[in-house]
Write a protein that binds this ligand. Structure first.
Ligand code: ADP
Length: 488
């Protein structure tokens, strides 16, 4: 099966086929590096969502009853398709989201790996035979798929975010209706196309592009949708949680972050700066796990600040499809204005600018939404950036003296997604790691993600986990079978 419309005019995918919006409406997807229109996609709403839920509900009985090993065959076939198209899809991600090609290729590796890993892991969705306190009865549990799942994802990791939800859900027998972000619909459609090409049964995986509110309301308002999995802002997460209350739907929420990175004076300074720079400027700082607050122990502050500023100033910024580009644009104008306002607030309150601090407009950069890699120091807890997610390439340095003081500061936010600790002392790493109020701690390393590892936050950063065994449990119910028997 192949795309029926011209490449610049795509359709959405549900019930195993390409579909326009029922009312024919479309919207544009824009390349943030050039402002060029990449294509038009259907602007779906409630009716389209209902049609996609119909397809997902119709597919559920058969798909959920297939042995996991059979579902795994389908998912591996899709993974092979995605693998074969890895380079083309990585390019689509870069064109639509802006990140450099090397980052998009890494994202595609996670896409393929998640499918393979969950295809296997679902074969181990074991129940239990429970020792029974009563005679003539036996207790056992079985794990069953939740049902039709609604998934809503953001634009910053537009392909891997799909698979972090779809791979475990489909592997255990759920079906899914996915709504991608309005900034990155084409990426979602090319990923869904691989499922079509792999002959996944119609209705198992469906994508509705379009208007967030009506699509969200339809997913929440339909009793057949038994679970909502959301990644995005805490504000929208709250709206969806309220909506999920109506039918007591299960929810998983990956929400905002405000991660501290803590550099103690006994750390390997060059390695710590390498890690912090890699994390901070990854995807131009547009990641929920990025270092939002960088705490540096006073004795090493000036050296860290100097090295980080030099790294930032040397980064090649530009169109992510070009060779050697290390950082792409922000997603849109609104994101630029927000970053500029946050930097302005910090500077007015006394922060010192070491490098960057402005939009980039030289030459071709003027066509896109580029912000200079920026380093600020003399940061304080009363500045907006201490409390709000920056979502831009701005490294902000705070000085600290003691372990106690930095743990208190790190925890003094309503978020609790990730944190990073750099120290030469394993005892300190464990001591601090255990006291940080977050779901994930990187120790002397910022690479906290893997298909095998549980990813997620506490406090207002979310509910539930994606990845690993825990990510599969999110799509499973536990059913008890109490068997009355004549055992003598
Ligand atoms: P971001 O700030 O990263 O764009 P959002 O939370 O605004 O995060 O968006 C994440 C996803 O949630 C996107 O797919 C967006 O379209 C969707 N979304 C935004 N508002 C709503 C809503 N009211 N109902 C359902 N989905 C929504």
């Amino acid at each position: 099966m192949s795309q029926l419309a011209t490449p610049s005019e795509r359709k959405m995918i549900y019930g195993g086929d390409w579909r326009p919006a029922l009312d024919g409406a479309t919207f544009e997807s824009i390349n943030p590096a050039t402002s060029a229109v990449l294509g038009r996609v259907p602007n779906g709403g409630s009716d389209d969502t209902k049609a996609a839920i119909d397809a997902a509900a119709a597919a559920f009985p058969k798909w959920s009853r297939l042995p996991a090993a059979q579902r795994a065959i389908h998912l591996r076939r899709a993974a092979d398709r995605l693998d074969a198209q890895r380079e083309a899809i990585a390019r689509t991600i870069t064109l639509e989201e802006g990140k450099p090609l090397a980052e998009s290729r890494n994202e595609m590796r996670l896409v393929v790996d998640s499918l393979h890993w969950y295809a296997e892991e679902a074969r181990r969705a074991y129940g239990a035979w429970i020792p029974d306190p009563m005679p003539n009865r036996r207790l056992l549990t079985i794990r069953e798929p939740v049902g039709v799942c609604g998934a809503i994802i953001p634009w910053n990791v537009p392909a891997a975010m799909i698979m972090r939800k779809a791979a475990p859900a489909l592997a255990v027998g759920c079906t899914m209706v996915l709504k991608p972000a309005e900034q990155t619909p084409i990426t979602a459609l090319v990923v869904a196309e691989a499922f079509l090409q792999a002959d996944l049964p119609p209705g198992v995986f469906n994508v509705v592009t379009g208007d967030p509110e009506p699509i969200g309301k339809s997913l929440l308002g339909d009793e057949r949708v038994r679970k909502i999995s959301f990644t995005g802002s805490t504000a929208v997460g709250r709206i969806l949680l309220r909506g999920a209350a109506e039918h007591i739907k299960r929810v998983s929420m990956e929400l905002g972050g405000n991660a501290p990175a803590i550099l103690f004076e006994d750390c390997d300074l060059d390695k710590a700066v390498d890690n912090v720079a890699a994390l901070k400027f990854l995807n131009a700082g547009q990641a929920c796990i990025t270092a939002n607050r960088i705490y540096v122990q006073r004795s090493i502050h000036d050296r860290v600040a100097g090295k980080l500023a030099a790294r930032a100033a040397a980064l090649k910024v530009g169109d992510g499809t070009r060779d050697g580009v290390a950082m792409g644009p922000l997603i849109e104008e609104e994101a630029l204005s927000k970053v500029a306002a946050l930097v302005g607030d910090a500077r007015e309150r006394g922060a010192s600018l070491l490098t960057g601090g402005a939009r980039l407009v030289e030459g071709d950069l003027a066509k896109g939404t580029f912000y200079a890699p920026t380093v600020l120091t003399d940061m304080r807890g009363d500045m907006r950036m201490a409390k709000e997610e920056i979502f831009g390439p701005v490294a902000t340095l705070y000085r600290f003296d003691t372990e106690e003081e930095v743990i208190a500061a790190a925890n003094d936010v309503p978020y609790g997604l990730s944190a990073y600790v750099f120290t030469g002392s394993m005892s300190r790493a464990v001591r601090v790691g255990e006291r940080l109020e977050v779901g994930m701690v990187g120790v002397n390393d910022i690479r906290i993600g893997a298909a095998e590892a549980p990813f997620g936050g506490i406090k207002q950063s979310g509910l539930g986990r994606e990845g690993g065994r825990e990510g599969m449990d999110e799509y499973l119910e536990t059913k008890l079978l109490a068997l009355g028997l004549e055992l003598g």
